[in-house]
Design a protein around this ligand. Structure first.
Ligand code: GDD
Ligand code: MG
Length: 346
């Protein structure tokens, strides 16, 4: 079994964070996001992984290399322009010779995906989708099944007026197992969507199409600033199991500073006296000066937070400069290299 990770989207909803960093490698707990996906696959014994890229492909390729640092073999396939999710799968057809597990490049789960593979084999399916129940399905692909788990209907981003009539809140979790026969349903060289085209076509063609429903495991799409911040909180709260969390040992933290137990301070950070870091993650080389407070926030590498500045519930990009007595409030997202003058409130 091999894997294909769809990692070519522009990450528009995560802007400005994705202006210089493509969504698949935004740091989560100071680790590029794709490394979590690679780990999930490696745990299930899948080491042959193709990355389907389009937006800023060189940055991703350069960071991950051939995968040997992570115990897998990575291949990269880059579309000249985005072909859509199904089009990207077809574009990678030369690299696909067998049953393939396809991942949306922005979802994280602690599910053991070998269970999905087992179900796919047991049902002799040509396609198996992983589903997860969510409170508000409107932002996702809604999937209706029969009592045996066979997929009956796939509706991408259902309209609010349709939602009331729905019989399920199970959505497409963005993890598929596909037989190479599915490639035959996708036209070559054209833009094509799994969600709007290929899945409905599988139904029309009456191919064996099944669902595995995630019940007691964590799942999240990290594609918006709110959910990006939320995944950090969930890690700090211990809601996501089985991933190793790296804590740095060489940060320079003043004895009169407070860093609470849940926070993660990256290597080469400097935390000055009376600064407070609460339930937050700081990337490499962040400087936090006297009396500054960082709470429930994520701060990317090499940012400087000056005296008495307070950051709460925010994401701050790389190499930002926050002057003195600045106040950054809940829900703020600052792009890389933002500079805020003393006393600014955002
Ligand atoms: N290579 C390539 N080319 N990748 C693409 C392209 C493309 O043209 N377009 C999107 N992708 C990648 C994105 O990078 C992302 O990893 C994945 O495909 C899904 O795209 P999103 O833009 O994040 O879709 P979504 O979150 O609105 O909806 C999708 O995910 C939901 C679960 O999180 C759908 O699959 C929904 O049905 C699903 O519920
Ligand atoms: Mg998404």
């Amino acid at each position: 079994m091999q894997a294909l990770i769809l990692a070519g989207g522009k990450g528009t909803r995560l802007r400005p964070l994705t202006v210089y960093t493509p969504k698949p490698i935004v740091p989560v707990l100071n680790k590029p996001f794709l490394l979590y996906q690679i780990e999930i696959l490696r745990r299930a014994g899948i080491k042959d992984i193709t990355l389907s890229l389009s937006y800023q492909p060189d940055k991703i390729e350069h960071l991950l290399g051939d995968g040997s640092d992570y115990g897998v073999k990575l291949r990269f396939v880059t579309e000249p322009s985005p072909m859509g999710t199904g089009g990207a799968y077809k574009f990678a057809a030369d690299a696909i010779r067998e049953t393939t597990i396809v991942f949306n490049g922005d979802i994280i789960t602690d599910l053991d995906i070998s269970k999905v593979i087992e179900l796919h084999k047991e049902k002799k399916a040509e396609a198996t989708l992983t589903l997860v129940p969510v409170e508000n399905p409107a932002a996702y692909g809604l999937v209706e099944t029969d009592s045996d788990g066979a997929i009956l209907r796939f509706r991408e981003k259902p309209k609010p007026e349709d939602i009331d009539a729905l019989t399920t809140n199970n959505i497409n979790a963005g993890i598929y197992i596909l037989e190479p026969t599915i490639l035959d349903l996708i036209p070559k060289g054209e833009n094509c969507s799994f969600e709007y085209n290929v899945f409905p076509d599988i139904l029309t063609n009456k191919k064996p199409f099944y669902a595995y429903v995630i019940e007691n495991n964590y799942w999240r799409d990290i594609g918006t600033p709110a959910s990006y911040l939320e995944v950090h909180r969930d890690f700090l709260d211990g809601k996501i199991k089985g991933f190793e969390i790296e804590k740095s040992s060489n940060a320079d933290i003043a004895t009169a500073a407070i860093v609470d137990k849940t926070s993660i301070v990256g290597s080469d950070c400097v935390i000055k006296p009376n600064a407070r870091i609460i339930n937050s993650i700081l990337g490499t080389g962040v400087h936090v000066e006297e009396r500054a407070v960082i709470e429930n926030s994520v701060v990317w590498a090499h940012t400087r937070v000056s005296n008495s500045t307070e950051v709460r519930g925010a994401v701050i990009g790389r190499s930002c400069y926050l002057g003195k007595n600045v106040s950054v409030s809940n829900g703020t997202v600052l792009g890389d290299k933002t500079s805020l003058t003393d006393y600014t409130k955002v």
